[in-house]
Design a protein around this ligand. Structure first.
Ligand SMILES: [Mg+2]
Length: 295
């Protein structure tokens, strides 16, 4: 049974399937390559002349950046994550440029992102885009009830698994398996599929970096929020999107002609992104170069 995938509801020609849910994410999460795109992603630094030319061809830019694993290094617990000062500074400089729309798009709650980063004029999109500027996330009563029932069942059944813990995010919850052995992750994933079956019409699962995110289907994912923003920006706006796991793949698929960057890329990663960077430290270097270029 396929309960959901990271690409459910993806717009603009996103790949079908996914179906990795229920298996260990292998440390970096992954998703199917975009239909019709078989090229491996190229280093964003080696491809910089091409990226620069594409940026210079526009006079408005939208920069979307995931948070965990992209701007900040992953930790066992989300509460242990800190934001390097250099990241805050480059975000400040980007946000001061009136021709740049800069947004952080994350599975975290919006307020948590704001507290961690604390840079004014940056747009913070929490809960996979459901919490946006001036907008509180809402879902139907049916979805809210389904989520509460599913949360209780998952807590009861998966709570005792070693290395697995459940995070309540209000309109979503996460099953973290970063600290679990591969066999435990696999068993927990399989158990999760079975447990969530009664609510498969109301809920879906996004496969993050060693985390399964359970959300109402009314919250499709980050790509939907990005699509809405782009709909309100002038035609010809050049887009950069950087992210590190399966929850970012539908956005890569939605932006086939834009600058998409998979962070933490290894040879085992399947991605629809055009470019890649090895780690958040390189994302900082990339954003610094980008900001200078767009001044
Ligand atoms: Mg991430």
């Amino acid at each position: 049974m396929k309960l959901s995938s990271t690409t459910d509801g993806a717009e603009g020609g996103a790949t079908a399937g996914g179906g990795r849910y229920g298996t260990p994410a292998g440390g970096n999460g992954s998703a199917p390559r975009s239909a019709g795109r078989n090229a491996l992603p190229r280093s964003a630094f080696r491809a910089w002349p091409e990226i620069r030319a594409r940026l210079r061809a526009a006079n408005r830019w939208a920069v979307f950046v995931d948070f965990d694993g992209t701007l900040a290094r992953l930790r066992s617990r989300p509460d242990d994550v800190t934001v390097p000062l250099g990241v805050k500074r480059v975000l400040q400089r980007l946000a001061r440029n009136a021709n740049i729309f800069i947004a952080i798009v994350s599975g975290r709650r919006r307020q948590n992102l704001r507290d961690l980063i604390g840079v004014e004029r940056v747009h913070y999109f929490g809960l996979h885009g459901a919490e946006r500027d001036g907008e509180q996330a809402t879902v139907s009563r049916e979805s809210a009830l389904a989520l509460e029932s599913a949360k209780r069942a998952v807590r009861r059944e998966l709570g005792p698994f070693p290395g697995i813990w459940i995070e309540d995010k209000g309109l979503a919850f996460s099953v973290h398996h970063r600290d679990a052995h591969a066999a435990e992750s696999q068993s927990a994933g399989a158990a999760l599929v079975t447990l969530l079956a009664p609510w498969k019409d109301a809920l879906h699962v996004l496969d993050g970096s060693r985390v399964w995110e359970i959300l109402p289907k009314e919250i499709p994912g980050k790509h939907a929020a990005v699509g809405r923003v782009l709909g309100g920006l002038p035609a010809g706006t050049s887009v950069v999107y950087a992210g590190d796991d399966g929850t970012d793949e539908p956005a890569f698929a939605m932006l086939p002609d834009q600058i998409t960057i998979r962070v933490g890329y290894t040879r085992n990663t399947r991605t629809g992104a055009q470019f890649c960077l090895p780690s958040p430290a390189y994302v900082l270097r990339f954003l610094t170069r980008l900001e200078r270029e767009l001044r």
